[in-house]
Design a protein around this ligand. Structure first.
Ligand code: SF4
Length: 381
């Protein structure tokens, strides 16, 4: 039997500026200590590796932040650390990039460092939407970045955001139409999240929305925008393999599939999250969000976790339900047991789910209300 796979996620927290809707662990401090950061990331991976002993590293994801600002030589050292844990040549190595720091020369250096998939934060091609999102790049920058990177590294994913100010079903549709004419293999299409309970106090859009100074489209309108994107992508041959993710055949994100299949992941870097199962439960850690305490902990020979959470069997089972139902593959209905049969039948009757070959899959209508549907199937007690 093949050893169980796991993914490595490395967080690179530096950005050129802070987008006003962003709640990620991000800093704009300068200079960026790229080499020192790589040394510490490699050390953290080495230190966390024993928890994954006997397992195979299947994917590496360099996320952020804006890791396209990282020197490729530093990045290459992190790829090497993943190779030492079994990352095979040709295995998926993704780098997140912003259009302003993605061009031919950089893409060539990323390829030499081992990167074979690039995810570009375009968000929109509409100048008005980009302006209202507080993004610094323009339409031409985004198209140039996609074309230049794809000419060197042909597996390019693009992030789109809908549901912002100035967004409409028309702008969302136009974004998707523009995108499918470009050399793109994968699309992540998200609604702007400004949930006051989820976002930190200091996220400017969330603060202004709480104060009633910014208004955003109603939920129904946001859903209509998401549907417009999905429709165009489906028409262009992209398969919706997860609620917010669409891929040309064979270009699904292997790293993200590990998350949705509840596999383990080694998170390293400031603000990174990791999860590893043991026995019937799991441990999930969250690293220090700020670079300085994270670096200090690594330098002191410690694991740089700010917190750890123990997950029991029923929490893991509920997470599996939540995550599996995000995917086109759906959930193995056998894990639900007879007590949930009536609920499953009710979901199918309501047109929110389909049961076929023992798998429960959400319909497009079900995906619109995914969290509420998943909670109806949770184990309680
Ligand atoms: S570029 Fe991305 S990670 Fe950086 S601040 Fe903007 S949204 Fe956040």
């Amino acid at each position: 039997m093949l050893p169980l796979p796991f993914g490595i996620y490395v967080h690179f927290p530096w950005c050129s500026f802070r987008c006003p809707y962003c709640d990620f662990a991000v800093t704009t401090s300068r200079p960026i200590p790229g080499e020192r950061y790589a040394t510490a990331v490699v050390e953290e991976i080495r230190r966390r590796a024993p928890a994954f002993s006997g397992r195979r590293c299947a994917t590496l994801f360099l996320g952020g932040g804006t890791p396209s600002l990282w020197e490729p030589a530093a990045m290459a050292r992190v790829v090497e650390a993943a190779r030492a844990l079994g990352l095979a040549p040709g295995a998926e190595v993704t780098l997140e990039a912003n259009p302003e720091s993605a061009d031919t020369a950089r893409a060539e250096a990323w390829r030499r460092a081992g990167v074979n998939r690039v995810s570009i934060g375009v968000q929109s091609f509409d100048p008005g939407v980009l302006h209202k999102l507080g993004r610094r790049h323009g339409t031409a920058d985004a198209e140039r970045a996609i074309r230049e990177v794809a000419a060197v590294i042909p597996n390019v994913s693009v992030d789109l955001i809908h549901g912002g100010r100035r967004s409409s079903a028309e702008t969302a549709r136009a974004d998707a139409e523009r995108l499918v004419a470009l050399p793109v293999t994968h699309v992540s299409s998200y609604a702007l999240t400004l949930d006051a309970e989820v976002l930190a106090e200091d996220v400017p859009f969330a603060r202004l929305a709480r104060q009633g100074k910014l208004t955003f489209p109603e939920d129904d309108e946001v859903l209509a925008q998401g549907r417009a994107v999905a429709e165009v992508l489906a028409g262009a041959g992209f398969r919706r393999y997860e609620i917010s993710n669409f891929a040309r055949p064979g270009f699904e994100s292997r790293h993200n599939l590990l998350y949705w299949r509840s596999e383990d992941y080694l998170g390293a870097g400031a603000g990174a999250v990791g999860c590893v199962r043991s026995g019937g439960g799991a441990v999930r850690w969250t690293n220090h969000r700020e670079v300085e305490p994270w670096l200090a902990a690594v330098d002191a020979g410690e694991l740089p976790s700010a917190s750890e959470e123990q997950l029991g069997p029923s929490e893991l089972a509920n997470e599996r339900i939540m995550l599996s139902l995000r995917t086109a593959q759906g959930l193995d209905a056998a894990v639900l047991g007879p007590a949930r049969r009536a609920e499953v039948e009710a979901l199918v009757r309501a047109g929110l789910a389909e049961l076929e070959g023992g798998r429960l899959r959400l319909t497009a209508a079900g995906m619109d209300v995914h969290s509420a549907v998943a909670e109806r199937l949770f184990e309680t007690g």
